[in-house]
Each structure stands twice: as C-alpha cells, then as structure tokens.
Design a protein around this ligand. Structure first.
Ligand SMILES: [Zn+2]
Length: 427
C-alpha cells in the first residue's frame, strides 16, 4: 500500500478545517428540526461547494418532527430536578406521570430479568454507558426492555456531574413511554430505601408534526460509475455544541474532500461526499438514502467511509461492520500514512455506516477514543460535548487518514473491492 498523493501535506496547512469545526459548533447543538440544524446545513452547503467545486444535491428527508416544550422530574419531597426528554419521547398525560422508580443499575438483561416482577407500572431507571466500547448496551435496547416489561416511564442517568444526558428513544410513530435523561445527582436521589421505591412525578410536554430535513450530496465523478461514499452526520442534540459528535466528523469530511477534489477525475472511482441528518433519530436520514438505492446502485458503492466523533482522543479505530476483508486494506493505508489504527469488527448500529452495511455495502465508521473510558468521548451526548474537548491535530490526523483511505479505495482494483464485500462476520 502506497500513498500516492500528498494529501497529508495539503491537510497539514488547511486552516479551513478548524474554522469549519468552530463554525459548526457555533450553530449550537443542531437538534433536527431546529434553526441550529438549518444554520449548520447552510454552512455545509457553502463549504461543500467550496471544497468540491460542485453544487450540492439536496434530497428531501421527511420524518416525524418532534420538539420538547417542557420537562421536569418532581421528587417525593417536592424538589424539582431538570430532565431532558429523549428524542421522540411521548408526552406524559396532563398533570404528569406519577409512579415509583425501579433502579436497574446499568440496565443489563440480567437486571431486567431479575426485576421482571418489579417493573410493571413503575418507571425504570438505568445508566448511560460509554458508547465506544465493546459490549456496550445501547440505550434503545434498555428502553425497549423497559417497555416490554410493562414500565410506564424510562429515566437514564448521565455520567457527568451536574449535567443531563441526551439521546434518542428510538421510537418512530405510535406507542411508547415517556423517556428522559437526568443528571447523576437526580439518580442518586432516587435510590430505593427501607420505605420502598421512591415516588416521582415526571412531566414532559412535546409537539409532534410531520416535517422534513435533507441529505446533502456532492459528487466528484471518477473514471467509472463506481463510488466511495464519504459521510458524516450534521445533526446533534440540544444543550451544547455536539462538538465531538459530530462537528468533528463534518469538518473532517470537508477537509478530506478539499484535499481529494483536485485528484478525483483521475481516480478509478468517484467520491460522493454525503451529509446526513436525523442520525440521532435512529439513523433515519441514511436509512432513507440507502433504501432508495437500486440494487445496481448499491453494487456501485465500493465503500462507505463514515466519520462520526473523530476528535476528542488521538486514538483512532475503524469499526468494520463485519467486513473483515476490509481490515488488511485499512491497516495498510494507516501504516502507509504513519497513523496508528485499530480495527473493531462487530457490526455496531451506532451511526450511518450501519445502514450501508445492512444493505451489503462495505462500510466502516472512523471513531476516536474507542475502548478508552478516559477519552473525552465520555462527554458525548452531554452538554459538555464542547469544542474545548477537541484538538486541531486530532482532526488533521483523522482527515489525513480518511482522505488516504478514500483515495486508496478509489484506486483499488475491482478484484480487491469485490473481496471487501465478502462478509466474515458469520464465520
Ligand atoms: Zn454521531
């Protein structure tokens, strides 16, 4: 594996990378449906054209719009604590939802099973986990387990003192239970005592109506009809800057595209720069994009390189979604780039690459700080996901690696690209 263009040199002197990162953070948390998300799309539309020299193509993405209006938890003594409704949480009934709270700790299947008889009619309390480690249990699985066991509400406690935690309930339309993130101090006040399970009143007001966002594509054709899709999601959560997740990936994708753009015409495959939204809503934007592709179009995508949370730690991992044959290729590019990379194979449905992978398209997510509980990535989904957690050299390193992966994937022989499609996960 050789690196044939000095993409690293171009990215090393790219001042726009950090400017884009700050500008996207300046938009705010970018919850889908807010003006904050719209500002970010305006910036990326302009910078995507500046980076690639082509006009963006905007594909409408209809989805079930949702916004929170008010939310509180009232403790037994009458004290009120703030909470953050999970995305697409249903509202509580008029007057609020009064129920006892069952603390299930982390919320493992064992804890749900052991408390099966305690859950019905109560509110389940679990803990938010570091997402970027093997064996993490996704919030949506815990939410579904609570619902299935007959819980009437769902609380998830964040890891950062004094801070709420955000996330999606995973609910689409129809039924669900009210669900909210709380601070660890509130969880501590909801411990079971000798008097029994603590009683709380949960109040969540929401507005729901059909709405629309977009997927934004910039196509740089190569010499064939085949593509490498370089993607990042623009949306985030209220209450902070969603800096690591995912201003880092958006700014890095733009920088990689800027470095690649002058060369793509001579590549075997083209580069499609894709910006998705409603990623934080159960990967909705990329799901619609992949679903709309014909089988032939899917065949023509050789690889999806998805950048999500690529700052906050200098240590990079490639989540290869079960495509084990991709790993020697990725490691070869990383070595040639002088950048340390580890590969993690199980399919993780934690970002847009998962929709490509589920459709049989080789897909990887580049992520920083995987398996490192001390990395700044532990602040993701909290209001502490701010720009000060990210260093410019981290983004430059991620952009260099992403650009070199995309360039090498564009140049790879058809035989090699075909080999990537062979799944190793079942072996
Ligand atoms: Zn993300």
């Amino acid at each position: 594996m050789t690196v044939t263009h000095d993409l690293a040199g171009v990215i090393a002197t790219d001042k726009q990378l950090w400017r884009d990162f700050e500008a996207i953070c300046d938009c705010g948390g970018r919850l889908a449906g807010t003006t904050s998300e719209a500002y970010a799309f305006a910036h990326v539309t302009a910078q995507g054209t500046a980076a690639t020299g082509v006009e963006g193509q905007s594909i409408p993405v209809p989805y079930g719009g949702w916004s929170p209006r008010a939310a509180t938890v009232t403790l037994a003594g009458g004290a009120k604590a703030p909470c953050q409704p999970l995305v697409r949480s249903v509202a509580t009934p008029p007057g609020g939802l009064e129920a006892e709270v069952v603390d299930l700790g982390r919320g493992t299947p064992e804890e749900f099973a052991a408390h099966a008889a305690d859950i019905k009619g109560r509110i389940v309390l679990v803990r938010h986990e570091l997402m970027f480690v093997a064996g993490t249990i996704h919030r949506r699985r815990k939410y579904l387990s609570a619902m299935e066991a007959g819980a009437v509400g769902f609380l998830i406690a964040g890891p950062v003192p004094g801070k709420l935690v955000a996330g999606s309930s995973g609910r689409q339309d129809g039924g669900g239970i009210p669900a909210a993130g709380i601070a660890p101090e509130t969880a501590a006040a909801l411990q079971r005592t000798a008097r029994g399970w603590p009683l709380v009143k949960l109040e969540i007001e929401t507005v729901e109506q059909p709405t629309e966002t977009q997927t934004l594509l910039f196509d740089l054709p190569g010499r064939s009809d085949d593509w490498i899709v370089l993607s990042a999601h623009i949306d985030g959560h209220d209450g902070g800057e969603s800096a690591m997740d995912n201003a880092s990936g958006v700014a890095t994708a733009l920088a990689a595209a800027r470095a690649l753009a002058p060369h793509v015409k001579s590549f075997r495959r083209g580069v499609r720069l894709a910006f998705f939204s409603v990623e934080e809503w159960a990967l909705t934007g990329s799901a619609q994009y992949v679903k709309a592709l014909s089988i032939a179009e899917r065949q023509r995508i050789a690889l999806n390189v998805n950048l999500d949370s690529v700052g906050g730690s200098p240590n990079l991992a490639a989540l290869t979604s079960g495509f084990g044959h991709l790993e020697p290729f990725l490691l070869g590019v990383a070595e040639a780039s002088g950048i340390a990379l580890r590969t993690v194979r199980p399919l993780m449905q934690n970002s847009d690459h998962a929709n490509f992978a589920l459709a049989g398209i080789p897909a990887m997510r580049l992520v920083a700080g995987f398996d490192d509980p001390n990395a700044n990535l532990r602040y993701v989904l909290t209001p502490a996901d701010t720009r000060d957690k990210v260093q410019e050299p981290e983004l430059k390193q991620a952009a260099t690696l992403a650009a070199n992966i995309v360039a090498a994937a564009c140049a790879a022989s058809d035989a090699e690209a075909t080999a990537w499609r062979g799944s190793t996960s079942a072996a």
